[in-house]
Design a protein. Structure first.
Length: 60
């Protein structure tokens, strides 16, 4: 859950770094953004998992 949020943030920063020097398209950095976004949608992000946990009844 936390890793999904970190992957999205890091991959977006990676694209910014490579875009700043002008070769994002030739680099595979854009693939990491796509993978991170797909994983976020299929597995869920931290917010969706925490929301699901809060809806669960407390264990006694």
């Amino acid at each position: 859950m936390v890793a999904t949020n970190a992957a999205i943030g890091n991959s977006q920063i990676n694209v910014q770094n490579h875009g700043g020097i002008g070769f994002t398209y030739e680099h595979t950095a854009h693939r990491f953004v796509t993978r991170a976004q797909v994983r976020s949608r299929t597995v869920g992000d931290l917010r969706s998992h925490l929301g699901g946990l809060l809806e669960q009844p407390a264990a006694l």
